[in-house]
Design a protein around this ligand. Structure first.
Ligand code: AMP
Ligand code: ZN
Length: 143
């Protein structure tokens, strides 16, 4: 499958879920957003929140749509925590293949976390102060 075809809303699996063409365990829906269970959960209760409109990633999603998605993510995170009895919640969002994005329709993961569930934080790197300064300068210039 090419990048072009997976970013096409006709073929997009999440668009198909929104249109009801592919089954999903839906947990919440409003005018602009939908939340449904991930079929390969990190932990049971792992939920995905998507805009109903097709956008490839966070960068290309209009601010008003993104606000609606985050609002739903917050609501669903509270419900996932309560419903699963989780000890904590990760809200994550992958953009581009190198960052682990597999489905090119904007989505946020709501992952219930349990004490001793075995997942570890990504390791932090030891870096020099001037490396941080240089990185910050490049990012400021890119805004
Ligand atoms: P990402 O790597 O951030 O693009 O995450 C895509 C997620 O979508 C993965 O966690 C998959 O398990 C999940 N996924 C793929 N197809 C489906 C589907 N048909 N229904 C529910 N979740 C899905
Ligand atoms: Zn889509």
């Amino acid at each position: 499958m090419t990048d072009e075809s997976i970013s096409n809303k006709t073929n997009c699996i999440f668009c198909k879920i929104v249109r009801g063409e592919v089954p999903a365990e839906k947990v919440y829906e409003d005018k602009d957003t939908l939340a449904f269970l991930d079929i390969r959960p990190n932990n049971v209760g792992h939920t995905l929140v998507v805009p109903k409109e097709h956008y490839e990633n966070t960068y290309s999603t209009p601010d008003n749509v993104l606000c609606a998605v985050i609002k739903t993510a917050k609501k669903v995170a509270v419900a996932v925590k309560k419903g699963t009895g989780a000890d904590g919640i990760n809200i994550t969002n992958n953009n581009d293949s190198p960052a682990g994005q597999l489905i090119f329709h904007t989505h946020f993961h709501i992952v219930p976390r349990f004490t001793d569930d075995g997942f570890k934080h990504w390791p932090g790197k030891e870096v020099r102060e001037d490396t941080l300064k240089e990185a910050a300068e490049k990012i400021r210039k890119s805004l």
